[in-house]
Design a protein around this ligand. Structure first.
Ligand SMILES: Nc1nc2c(ncn2[C@@H]2O[C@H](COP(=O)(O)OP(=O)(O)OP(=O)(O)O)[C@@H](O)[C@H]2O)c(=O)[nH]1
Ligand SMILES: [Mg+2]
Length: 482
């Protein structure tokens, strides 16, 4: 549906956004208040948020288009202009008529081939807007843009099928909206576009049903083996993957069970990474084995949250949420270098998302990342804000800088403190089998004392599931030597 230029030529994209009325700073009287920025050269710098704000004084308003601009760049496009309008949505064409004309003029003047609208458009709004643009201009909304980013980054066969399915489900009502009557009459006929899309959707759904979600199976198996599950969650660009990579040293990450293309790319880039926004770097969850103070742990890196996207849009979002729901500890990574209002809003949303997944507050370890970008005062203010916002039973928020490796040791200690831990006293007769039990206890738990006499008493602390196994083994030994 959307026409793209070839891989070598980035799309020239105009961003069109309706501003949140509460952030609109002037002229509250009508619904046509606007800010237009188009840079004369049609060039846009690649450094993220600063290019938007440099062209206007109304930084509050324009700050709202930062994220969509970063998403457009994540899709490989060039932003050639940004058009904003404050006020109510027009139900027919989303923007008011004057604004639609202006958008069309801007597209023509900047030789753009795409318009990205920072919201979800109804099928009819999409059709009306696209029809009003110069020929061969594709109109995409935020959801479609995200699907495109996932399409480009999908690594596994399953992810590819999922993204294709999500795109077709998204496109179908829009295809019907733009089809003429003759075509619609033929929608039950084989070979008509609508029929073909429906048919492909059916086939994809069946294919995906035949392939059970691998992560869930893998997780259950590892849990049975006594692994604790730690998940890094949070907004896109917060630093989750960088953290996982750095924790590898602290936690002695042993092995990679599965890895996505983007994660490997990350590892290499991290060494020299210039600090810039990179949205949706991780497009599939990635799990690694680690040991933390002798405890075997699975650490999962997840797909970042982004505002205003339904979590069922792509399976990798829902997989991310189910990883968080299943985890023993969720490290909630928050970008502390965000402006205060965004920092607060994102922390709030992230907590709501985790809560909706049934993640108990005491399982959350909040890490306020990128404090290297903040002054001591700013950092203290973010910490105070987080302390005020976080429920009482989460771990205390920790200011960290993953890049400068500040406070990572403390973060590991906090994770360890929050892993489910019990103490067991095992009493067994002193025999050969007991030595194997002691050795197993040393391997899988933290052994506090061992007293050797006629009976051997072992006091150890560790994951409940492992202690259960050790108790069962101790009972078997005792029964066999009675
Ligand atoms: N200044 C600073 N930048 C950081 C820090 N940690 C990560 N970054 C940068 O933030 C950007 C995003 O980091 P990622 O690790 O890709 O973020 P993510 O949360 O995995 O993002 P998604 O995979 O998109 O969800 C990168 O450019 C990192 O180099 C930090 O402590 N300080
Ligand atoms: Mg990532």
């Amino acid at each position: 549906m959307s026409r793209s230029r070839t891989h070598n030529t980035p799309n020239r994209t105009v961003i069109a956004s309706r501003l949140d009325a509460t952030a609109a700073t002037s002229n509250e009287t009508d619904n046509t208040e606007e800010t237009v920025q188009a840079d004369g050269t049609g060039q846009t710098s690649d450094t993220g948020r600063t290019d938007d704000t440099s062209q206007t004084d109304e930084t509050d308003q324009v700050g709202q288009t930062d994220e969509i601009a970063a998403l457009v760049r994540a899709a490989g496009d060039e932003v050639v202009a940004t058009i904003t309008q404050a006020g109510r949505e027009d139900s027919g064409s989303y923007f008011g008529h004057g604004k639609v004309d202006e958008l069309a003029d801007t597209v023509a003047a900047t030789d753009a081939n795409r318009v990205v609208v920072d919201d979800e458009l109804t099928p009819s709004q999409h059709h009306t807007l696209e029809s009003a643009m110069p020929a061969d201009t594709a109109v995409l909304d935020r959801h479609r843009l995200v699907l495109e980013i996932f399409e480009a980054g999908a690594g596994s066969r399953r992810a590819k099928l999922q993204v294709e399915l999500a795109q077709l489900r998204y496109d179908l009502p829009r295809l019907i909206e733009s089809a003429d009557e003759g075509l619609l009459n033929k929608q039950t006929e084989k070979g008509s576009p609508v029929y073909d899309v429906r048919d492909r959707i059916d086939r994809l759904e069946r294919k995906l049903e035949e392939r059970p979600e691998p992560a869930a199976q893998f997780r259950e198996r590892r849990r049975e083996e006594g692994f604790d599950l730690v998940t890094c969650a949070g907004y896109t660009n917060a630093g989750k993957s960088t953290l996982l990579h750095r924790l590898a040293d602290e936690m002695s990450i042993l092995d990679t069970d599965s890895s996505s293309k983007s994660d490997n790319a990350h590892s290499e880039k991290d060494a020299t990474a210039a600090v810039r926004d990179r949205l949706f770097e991780t497009l599939e969850t990635t799990t690694r084995r680690a040991t933390i103070d002798g405890r075997p742990v699975l650490v999962t890196d997840t797909v970042g949250f982004v505002d205003d996207l339904p979590h069922d849009l792509v399976e990798s979002f829902s997989a991310t949420l189910s990883e968080a729901g299943a985890a023993d500890v969720v490290v909630l990574v928050v970008d502390a270098s965000d402006a205060e209002s965004r920092f607060r809003a994102r922390l709030e949303t992230a907590l709501d998302v985790l809560d909706a997944q049934g993640v108990a507050d005491e399982r959350i370890v909040p890490a306020l990342n990128k404090v290297d970008c903040l002054s001591t005062d700013e950092s203290a203010r973010r910490l105070a804000m987080a302390e005020e916002q976080l429920p009482e039973s989460t771990a205390d928020p920790l200011p960290v800088s993953v890049l400068e490796e500040t406070n990572l040791g403390r973060l590991c200690e906090t994770i360890l403190e929050r892993l489910p831990t019990e103490t067991a006293d095992l009493r067994v007769p002193n025999c050969d089998d007991t030595m194997a039990l002691v050795s197993r206890a040393y391997d899988r738990t933290s052994v506090e004392t061992v007293d050797y006499d006629d009976t051997v008493t072992i006091r150890c602390r560790g994951p409940p599931r492992i202690l259960e196994q050790l108790r069962a083994r101790a009972e078997r030994i005792t029964a066999e030597h009675r």
